[in-house]
Ligand binder design. Structure first.
Ligand code: ATP
Length: 462
């Protein structure tokens, strides 16, 4: 008998399609009865992970256990899971009852039992008395409820839900979110839910798994993920935020926008480069200019239903997003303050680019599949492997096809108050990171140029 607290255990799962890695060493445990949400941008591998759980695909590496049993050789219909898809996938020619009863009839379940179970499932999804309705006459929300009833009628231990509300309009989606939460409570089974909608994830889940590019970024409760994002990607993806380059001066003192601020974080060391995250609702516009920590000019102010969203520009050129119940008209000079507890300090994942390359000759190095000119290198032989470091700001980007030394695609853009921090996946499948003031868009193809003097080349010691 299995007595683990965990109903699902995913161990070191990787999945590639052709040579493209879609999931990279994913490990994750789901508690019995938990509402777990896998959250991430389009293409990050959420659906692939769900399909591996359902058994529709098999992993390239790693192992999945459900209820203590390794699933590697267990076909989808023998797994204790059922899946609800984004599109309802109902049989259009069957009525509600026959749609829900379909699987049970195939399993040759006794007719009376089928009737009882279908009725109970309909009650669970709030659709008693709908059994004879033609499914095509139902609204999107009602059809999705039928799809959920069809999944729970099999009494799965785990319900897998792949963006089940994505096709519904906003009002219906909000209503269905509440109903799903209720259903989860009364069914008492485990829900694994996939969405790219941060608000939906924060509303519904006990635990959120944030993914990007096939890698888990953070696992935590909605409050943890919102208040304590572990890196700039999570902070940017979950809600609105100001993310700025900063230096941790010492414990409880951080410097950004050329000013020192008290904070409550410790243990980062002294003069350490960090990122800070400040939520727009945590920047206060104060009327007493003397007491302000910094000043700026309101550049835009838009009413968002409950609060006003403003962008304020400081004299040093930083743009700060602020939410406030009061409107400050564009052009107004304002003073601002931030409480120490509202400054969230995060370790930087990197502070410069490091790429492996090969020295071609004393003044040329091969990186990113191309030959780049460098300043004369001494003490390293041609053909030796080298580490090539360069600053984020040392890269010049171009869209002129005759200009770039090598090429890549913009995969992620992070606005840092006074600059954009771009992640570029090169044609050689390596990531480089670039700071720029120019405005580029996601998926833009860019040529990469680096001045010879910016390349710092050292012998690679393995
Ligand atoms: P979305 O929200 O857009 O569905 P997702 O996070 O669910 O995104 P996946 O559907 O898991 O992402 O896809 C991850 C990556 O794997 C994508 O780049 C996708 O094109 C690729 N992919 C998924 N299924 C296949 C397949 N059968 N063959 C080849 N590539 C695939």
């Amino acid at each position: 008998m299995v007595n683990s607290n965990y109903i699902i255990e995913i161990k070191n799962i990787s999945k590639s399609f052709s040579d493209k890695m879609v999931l990279d060493d994913v490990s994750l445990s789901v508690k019995r009865g938990e509402f777990m949400t896998i959250l991430g941008p389009s293409g990050c591998g959420k659906t692939t992970l769900l399909r591996l759980l359902a058994g529709f695909n098999s992993a390239s590496k790693g192992e999945i256990s459900i209820d203590g049993e390794v699933m590697t050789n267990v076909p989808p219909h023998k797994r204790p899971v059922n899946t609800v898809f984004q599109r309802y996938a109902l049989f259009p020619n069957y009525n509600v009852y026959d749609n829900i009863a379909f699987g049970l009839k195939l399993q040759k379940v006794d007719k009376k039992e089928i009737e009882q179970r279908v009725k109970r499932a309909l009650k669970m999804v709030g659709m008693t008395d709908y059994e004879h309705r033609d499914v095509q006459s139902l609204s999107g929300g009602q059809q999705q409820r039928v799809a959920i009833a069809r999944a729970i009628v099999n009494r799965p231990q785990v319900l897998l839900l792949d963006e089940p509300l994505a096709a519904l309009d906003l009002k219906m989606r909000k209503d269905m979110q509440m109903e799903l939460k209720e259903m989860h409570k009364s069914l008492g089974i485990t829900f694994v839910y996939v969405t790219h909608d941060q608000e939906e994830a924060l509303t519904l889940s006990d635990t959120i798994v944030v993914m990007n590019e096939g890698v888990i970024q953070q696992i935590g409760t909605p409050t943890d993920i919102y208040n304590e994002p572990c890196n700039a990607f999570v902070a940017d993806f979950i809600g609105e935020s100001n993310i700025l380059n900063a230096t941790m001066v010492r414990d409880r003192l951080v410097r950004f926008m050329d000013k020192e601020f008290e904070c409550i974080d410790e243990g980062f060391g002294e003069n350490t480069p960090v990122d800070v995250v400040i939520r727009p609702e945590d920047v206060y516009i104060i009327r007493n200019a003397e007491a302000a920590m910094f000043h700026g000019t309101v550049r835009s102010c838009i009413f968002k239903g409950v609060h006003y969203e403003m962008f304020v520009e400081t004299p040093d050129g930083y743009e700060i997003q602020i939410q406030d119940y009061n409107c400050f008209e564009p052009g107004t000079e304002v003073g601002m303050m931030i409480k120490p507890a509202d400054i969230h300090v995060m370790r930087k994942e990197r502070t410069e680019n490091h790429i492996e390359g090969t020295l071609v000759d004393a003044t040329h190095v091969e990186i990113l599949g191309e030959t780049f000119e460098c300043e004369a290198v001494e003490g390293i032989e041609a053909g030796e492997s080298v580490d090539v470091a360069f600053d984020f700001s040392a890269v010049e980007l171009t869209d002129d096809p005759d200009d770039g030394t090598s090429w890549g695609t913009i995969r992620f853009i992070l606005y840092k108050g006074d600059r954009y921090h771009l992640t570029i996946r090169t044609d050689e499948d390596e990531d480089i990171f670039v700071d720029t003031h120019d405005v580029w868009e996601d998926l833009d193809e860019v040529g990469i140029k680096i001045a010879p003097s910016a390349l710092r080349i050292t012998k690679l010691t393995k």
